[in-house]
Design a protein around this ligand. Structure first.
Ligand code: SF4
Length: 256
C-alpha cells in the first residue's frame, strides 16, 4: 500500500516536470512585471501592476509548495498536513493550467490526477488516524459489476449472489468481515448524496482517475482514500479493483 507503483512514479515525475516549467514561467512573468513597474510613472497603472504582481507571487508560492510536497512524496518522506493543505489548494487553482500544459507536452491528464491521488493517500497514511468500522464507507462505481449480471445491487449490495464473476462478491465479503458499509453508486451526484446521508468519517473511494480527482476536489473536509480501478475491457465496462489493496487499507484505518 505504501510502495509506489512504476506507473505512479512516472506520473509523479511528469507532474513535477510540469510544475517546474510552470514555476519558471511564473518567475519570468514576475521579472517582467517588476521591470514594467520600475519604468511606469502613472499611479493607476502602478497599482494594477502591484496587484497582478501579488497574484503571481501567491501562485508561485502555492506551486512551490506543491512541488516540495511531490518531492517529499518521491523520496518517501512524511508530508506535513499544512503542506498537504497548501498542495490541495494549489491543485484547485492550478489544475486547469496544468492540464492545459499537459496537452502541449503530450502528457496524459491522468498522470497529474494519479500523482495527486498518491499525494492525497500518502497524507492520510502519514496522519496515523484510525476509525471505527461503522464510520468507514467504501464507495464503488457501478461499472465494477459484471455487465451481464441482472441483479440490482445499487440499493443493496447484499443482493449479490456471490457468483464470483466480478469484484462485488469480494467487496461484500469485506463488508461482512470488517463491518463497514459498501455502497455502489452510478455517478458523482449519487456518491455525494450518499456521503451527505451517511456522514462517514472516512471514505474509501474506488473509481477511475478522473472521477477520483473530481471527488477529491469536491469533498475537501472529509478524508478520502482513493483507489484507482483497473479497466481491462476499457473505461466504464467490467472494471476491477485490487481487493487485497482494499483490505490492506481497511486494516490500516480501522480501529482494532
Ligand atoms: S458477483 Fe454478484 S454482482 Fe457480480 S456478477 Fe456475480 S452476482 Fe452479479
Amino acid at each position: 500500500m505504501n510502495r509506489m507503483t512504476n506507473q505512479e512514479q512516472k506520473s509523479l515525475k511528469k507532474t513535477m516536470i510540469l510544475l517546474l516549467l510552470l514555476l519558471v514561467a511564473l518567475a519570468t512573468a514576475i521579472g517582467v512585471f517588476v521591470w514594467i513597474l520600475a519604468e511606469e510613472t502613472l499611479l493607476g497603472y502602478r497599482l494594477i501592476g502591484v496587484v497582478l504582481l501579488a497574484v503571481l507571487v501567491a501562485l508561485s508560492i502555492i506551486a512551490l509548495s506543491g512541488m516540495v510536497a511531490f518531492r517529499r512524496l518521491w523520496y518517501n518522506k512524511p508530508i506535513p498536513i499544512w503542506m498537504f493543505s497548501m498542495s490541495h489548494f494549489f491543485l484547485r487553482w492550478l489544475y486547469p493550467t496544468l492540464t492545459h500544459m499537459s496537452l502541449w507536452f503530450n502528457i496524459d491528464k491522468d498522470d497529474i490526477r494519479r500523482a495527486y491521488t498518491r499525494l492525497n493517500n500518502q497524507a492520510l497514511l502519514n496522519h496515523k488516524k484510525r476509525y471505527n468500522a461503522d464510520e468507514v464507507l467504501i464507495l464503488t462505481p457501478h461499472c465494477l459489476q459484471q455487465a451481464a449480471c441482472g441483479i440490482k445491487i445499487t440499493n443493496d449490495i447484499t443482493q449479490c449472489t456471490e457468483c464470483g464473476a466480478c469484484n462485488i462478491s469480494g467487496l461484500l465479503d469485506l463488508q461482512r468481515r470488517y463491518q463497514v458499509e459498501v455502497v455502489v453508486v452510478t455517478g458523482g451526484t449519487l456518491a455525494r448524496k450518499r456521503i451527505q446521508d451517511m456522514k462517514p468519517a472516512l471514505v474509501i473511494a474506488i473509481a477511475c482517475e478522473r472521477d477520483l480527482m473530481s471527488g477529491l476536489m469536491d469533498v475537501r473536509q472529509l478524508p478520502v482514500y482513493a483507489l484507482t480501478n483497473e479497466r481491462p475491457e476499457g473505461p466504464c465496462h467490467n472494471t476491477r479493483v485490487n481487493l487485497l489493496e482494499v483490505e490492506q487499507v481497511l486494516k490500516r484505518f480501522i480501529k482494532r
